[in-house]
Design a protein. Structure first.
Ligand code: AHN
Ligand code: ZN
Length: 331
């Protein structure tokens, strides 16, 4: 009896102490804030959306597979209740090739000013130029991880948003022509501007004039087995607080073996141009594997092995659930 009384008193004391910092909020409002329950990210569903893209074959700009997959993605977003914007653009590649590019945007609560932008690239690389076998260097990759994984996670998030809307407006932005950067066998000059052409275009002319978002999250190669994500260096430079928010949340959810809360190296990726040009603080969730033999992005990166055999639902879940919890907890 006495013991229970002590526990009760301690509880009351703790409650009143915690309450002090929030004098303007009623207890009800505070309870409400704590119980924002984020929906459950279904990794099997996300996996199917990854596979559906890979089933089209490589999605290289200026090919019919690319057109077909673009149509599929726009139709999926529409079926999940998003307002879809197709942003078509003729973009010039490193070698002068004109790319018929298409950024595909799915917007929720488009009238709301408080927004979060989630990005992934949907095109795939025309060359497996990092393959151990030189014979494969001119073969297009399937891009199960490099491209499809991020988009698959975002399609699953679209499905969840239709069932239960988060408070903020959300834009799911599928960027094109990320991976047309000059191949390793190209004898000319290699520049970072050769990459991320769709992102550069969107950052200069967003789908909505004067578009802004509180922050952005880019997902790139988020489906690899035993992937480890570090605090990518450009993300740290431009959006440190977002990195902190995401890595804290991932670790609280028990995904600490995927999200290592340490500084990683920098990646020339879509978020770099979104930060520099659109000035939206945006992080990149991208793997870093120092021990990998072929690439620090993992052994299948830009090889013909970037296929469904190397996609792991557990990684999709860790990333997907973390992003879901982050976006549903923004007010
Ligand atoms: C480079 O660092 C050159 N590229 C990283 C961006 C990328 C390519 N993501 C997927 N493919
Ligand atoms: Zn790539």
């Amino acid at each position: 009896m006495k013991k229970n009384y002590i526990i009760l008193m301690t509880g009351l004391l703790l409650f009143s102490t915690l309450s002090c910092g929030n004098k303007n909020k009623t207890a009800d409002e505070q309870m409400k804030k704590k119980t924002v329950e984020a929906p459950d990210f279904d990794a099997d569903s996300a996996y199917q959306y990854v596979k559906a893209q890979v089933d089209f074959g490589p999605r290289v700009p200026n090919t019919q597979e690319h057109v077909a997959c673009g149509n599929y993605l726009a139709a999926q977003l529409a079926s999940f209740g998003a307002q879809v914007t197709n942003q078509y653009a003729d973009l010039t590649a490193y070698d002068g090739t004109l790319l018929k590019a298409r950024n595909i945007i799915g917007s929720y609560k488009p009238e709301t000013k408080k927004r979060i932008a989630l990005f992934a690239h949907w095109d795939t690389r025309p060359w497996a130029d990092n393959d151990p076998n030189e014979k494969n260097h001119h073969t297009p990759i399937l891009g199960a991880n490099d491209g499809a994984s991020g988009v698959g996670v975002l399609l699953e998030i679209a499905r969840l948003i239709q069932q239960q809307a988060p408070e903020l407006g959300i834009d799911l932005i599928f960027l094109d022509a990320e991976d047309y950067g000059s191949p390793q066998f190209y004898a000319g000059e290699h520049k970072e501007e050769h990459w991320c052409l769709g992102a550069q275009y969107w950052a200069r002319s967003p789908h909505v004039p004067n578009y802004n978002a509180r922050f952005g999250i880019l997902l790139d190669m988020v489906g690899g087995k035993n992937a480890t994500f570090y605090r990518e260096d450009y993300s740290e430079k431009y959006a440190k607080e977002i990195n902190t928010k995401v890595f804290k949340k991932a670790n609280a959810l028990g995904y600490g073996r995927y999200f290592i809360n340490e500084r990683g190296s920098g990646a020339t990726d879509d978020h770099l141009f979104i930060n520099r040009i659109a000035k939206i603080p945006t992080i990149d969730i991208i793997p870093y594997q120092s021990e990998a033999e072929l690439s620090s992005f993992g052994d299948t990166w830009h090889t013909i092995n970037d296929n469904m055999d190397h996609i792991d639902r557990n990684t999709l879940k860790a990333v997907g659930q973390t992003v879901v919890e982050v976006i549903y907890n923004e007010q």
